[in-house]
Design a binder for this molecule. Structure first.
Ligand SMILES: [Zn+2]
Length: 292
């Protein structure tokens, strides 16, 4: 928990932001400029996830200084898949949550309408609010961590789809009959490029992946991006996340080589894959759902 004594305590417009990730739950108060006023987090427990999240949120609300005022909204992001219309989430890394009615739980807890969306959607909103996607009309944004989260903006509109997972790249097939994926299919890109899948395969930390594994990760990511860019007709793709940070340039070089091989459409000339300079915190991304 952080709230420095010299932070302003006059009333400022802000929202309650909550980010559910495989490894941690984060909650905080974020103002309309994207500054975090207050934050707290806990490790995602193996069970009773809601009870931990509820406790965390109550702690954040209780820690808000007098005079700050009530949050004007609530933004909640959760690793996919989500069903934004039903308000439910089924994050595969939280096995006790299948079609969990997160929005209803949050609305009952906070007394507010809740903007719930996928982590990919939240990061995408944040990227065009505060990041390098400002002014980019059409783009795909991909985060490679323990899971693969992504979403897209086309002609200035973030696509949603039947459940809210439009632009999700995780289960694009990059190797028919390839590695088994946690979704039950084989050869999905997530089975090759998420840190969880890579570490399970090599049985050691991501940073100790061998050169062929790093190369393959780049190739598979390149294939998925080539397909998605062709389908969505975007020329800008943002990639970020722990997998990019750890595997670094050799992985990106393999990705660019594969992309050049697989993206031969004239309309994709100039396809740019950009690693944003600064990664926007998941909590700020969750706030973007309620603020934008
Ligand atoms: Zn899959």
């Amino acid at each position: 928990m952080s709230f420095a004594p010299d932070d302003p305590v006059e009333s400022v417009p802000h929202v309650l932001a909550v980010a559910v990730e495989p490894s941690r739950l984060a909650a905080g108060l974020v103002d309309a400029r994207g500054d975090v006023l207050l934050r707290d987090r806990v490790t995602t427990p193996a069970r009773d996830v809601w009870r931990s999240l509820e406790r965390l949120i109550r702690r954040v609300i209780a820690a808000a200084p007098d005079g700050l005022g009530a949050p004007s909204g609530v933004g909640v992001s959760c690793v996919g898949p989500v069903d934004v219309h039903a308000g439910t989430v089924s994050p595969s890394m939280v096995p006790t949550w299948t079609n969990f009615t997160l929005r209803e739980h949050m609305e009952r807890l906070t007394g507010h309408d809740v903007e719930l969306d996928s982590a990919g959607a939240a990061a995408t909103e944040a990227e065009r609010w505060l990041g390098e996607a400002r002014g980019v009309a059409s783009f795909l944004s991909v985060q490679l961590d323990g899971t693969i989260e992504s979403a897209c903006v086309i002609d200035g509109v973030r696509l949603s789809g039947s459940h809210g997972n439009a632009g999700s790249i995780a289960h694009v097939v990059v190797e028919p009959n390839g590695k088994p994926c946690r979704c039950g299919a084989h050869g999905c890109v997530e089975a090759y490029v998420s840190s969880t899948a890579i570490e399970a395969e090599i049985n050691r930390p991501l940073g100790r992946a061998t050169a062929p594994t790093v190369e393959r990760t780049g190739i598979m990511l390149g294939r998925a991006i080539a397909s998605m860019a062709a389908m969505l007709d975007v020329r800008t793709v943002f990639v970020s996340g722990n997998v990019i940070d750890v595997l670094g340039d050799p992985m990106l070089a393999a990705m660019h080589r594969e992309l050049a091989l697989r993206s031969r459409l004239a309309s994709l000339t100039g396809l740019q894959v950009i690693e944003p300079h600064e990664r926007i915190a998941p909590l700020v991304a969750a706030a973007a759902l309620a603020l934008n």
